[in-house]
Design a protein around this ligand. Structure first.
Ligand code: ADP
Length: 136
């Protein structure tokens, strides 16, 4: 019996409802799903190296990533190919969120929050609260 562990890596700065949508979809498909938070600011080169190493350590078979629009594709494809080269045993699997989250990004949420705009419905309530506290 296969017991497939998928890793869903990201900055999640902050977690949005789009991320939660993907977590729900992933959790339905894979036996286990580990959400892994990246701490590197300069993430690009480190991301691939550390991520595949982490996947190896945890014996994960899948890296889950989200694709919102064509604009995500090029970057994601490059990273998936590099990760495959670094660790051929791990497959990158892409999932699409509900259309209503396809415009949502952590960067936009941070910008809206910084300018005092409404972020209700874009992030979980607890994140909304924390972002509000930060702005005070
Ligand atoms: P990263 O900086 O590694 O892209 P993010 O936290 O921005 O980290 O995103 C993590 C993953 O979640 C990425 O695969 C990204 O494409 C995906 N993602 C981000 N926002 C959404 C969204 N609204 N819907 C679906 N997937 C998303």
């Amino acid at each position: 019996m296969k017991n497939v562990l998928a890793i869903y890596p990201g900055s999640f700065d902050p977690v949005t409802n789009g991320h939660l949508d993907l977590i729900e979809r992933g959790a339905k498909i894979f036996d286990r799903l580990a959400v892994s938070i990246l701490r590197n600011l300069d993430k690009e080169p480190l991301f691939s190296g550390l991520l595949v190493e982490y996947a190896r350590l945890r014996e994960a078979r899948v890296i889950l990533r989200g694709i919102r629009a064509v604009s995500d594709y090029e970057y994601e494809l490059q990273m998936a190919m590099m990760n495959r080269k670094l660790n051929p045993h791990v497959e990158t699997v892409f999932m699409m969120p509900a259309v209503s989250y396809s415009f949502l990004s952590s960067r936009l949420v941070r910008e809206i929050a910084r300018l005092g705009g409404p972020i209700t419905g874009l992030v979980p309530a607890v994140v909304e609260e924390r972002l509000r506290d930060k702005e005070l």
